[in-house]
Design a protein around this ligand. Structure first.
Ligand code: KIV
Length: 273
């Protein structure tokens, strides 16, 4: 078997995730937006890399995820795919590329798959996006759903507070989750909803459910890379566990470099030709 074939054999697919969930093996998912980080993350054996539209926040500095374009998402996703061997790469469809027009949704999804070589797309919403999802699935493109806090609808909700705390909204999340599964989504992200509700959704669905701020009962967890590494420092929701204070480390390394340049300490004799 050639090396290329061995790599392909190890690649995480929708079936790998399905089997993991069946066996009760938790799925790890994390975001990445560029080649270098994707390569590092992939080498850490993460199962799924999400090229999230959170790129709008952490890469481009926008306040919301709304401004990022399809072209920009494609740029990030193609960069990520070039760094990945094993993980499944899922790409967020950006705001305005799929809502309300299923033909446009299919065209957007096809552009993502053709121009990035990613493995699946993710989009936000429930019953209102089923037509778009069905059309995308009909082209053989795996779709991951996203319910609960859906940041592309921030102007409708007005806040990033925890969602589905009322009985009505909780029932809608359950109904939407079932509709997404029935439509053929291979997986579902639940963002910032009560842990008990996420538990019910995970029990009622047979597809893998991945949580962010949705408690421990889902089939897997996802975090935004820049948040868990401590690169973003002004965002501290309760669910976020910071595994590093990389922001502080980067600042002090750059301060040291700048001081070395100014003092004439860099470059030294060994650092020249
Ligand atoms: O864009 C993103 O990073 C996401 C995750 C928070 C799930 O959608």
């Amino acid at each position: 078997m050639s090396i290329a074939k061995q790599d392909t054999a190890k690649k995480v697919t929708v079936h790998t995730l399905e089997n993991m969930a069946l066996k009760g093996e938790k799925i790890s998912m994390i975001t990445a937006y560029d080649y270098s980080m994707a390569k590092l993350v992939d080498s850490a054996n993460i199962d799924v890399i999400l090229v999230g539209d959170s790129a709008a926040n952490v890469m481009a500095g926008y306040e919301t995820t709304l401004p990022i374009t399809l072209d920009e998402m494609i740029y990030h996703a193609a960069s990520v795919v070039r760094g990945v061997n094993r993980a499944m790469v899922v790409v967020d469809m950006p705001f305005g590329s799929y809502q309300g027009n299923s033909k446009m949704a299919l065209q957007s999804a096809i552009r993502i798959m053709k121009e990035t070589s990613a493995n699946a797309i993710k989009l936000e919403g429930g019953q209102e996006v089923i037509e778009s999802i069905s059309r995308i699935l009909s082209a053989g493109i795996p779709v991951m759903g996203h319910l609960g806090l859906t940041p592309q609808s921030i102007n409708k909700f007005g806040t990033y507070a925890v969602r589905a705390t009322s009985e009505d909204e909780a029932e809608r999340v359950i109904a939407d989750a079932k509709a997404l599964e029935d439509a053929g989504c291979f997986s579902l992200v639940l963002e910032k909803i009560p842990a008990n509700l996420a538990k019910i959704v995970a029990q009622e669905l047979s597809i893998p459910v991945i949580g962010i701020g949705a408690g421990p009962h889902t089939d897997g967890q996802v975090l935004v890379l820049h948040d868990m590494l401590g690169i973003t420092q002004d965002f501290s929701p309760r669910y976020l566990r910071r595994y590093l204070s990389l922001g502080d480390e980067i600042r002090s390394a750059v301060q040291q470099y700048s001081a070395d340049v100014k003092s004439g300490n860099f470059p030294n004799e060994k650092e020249q030709y």
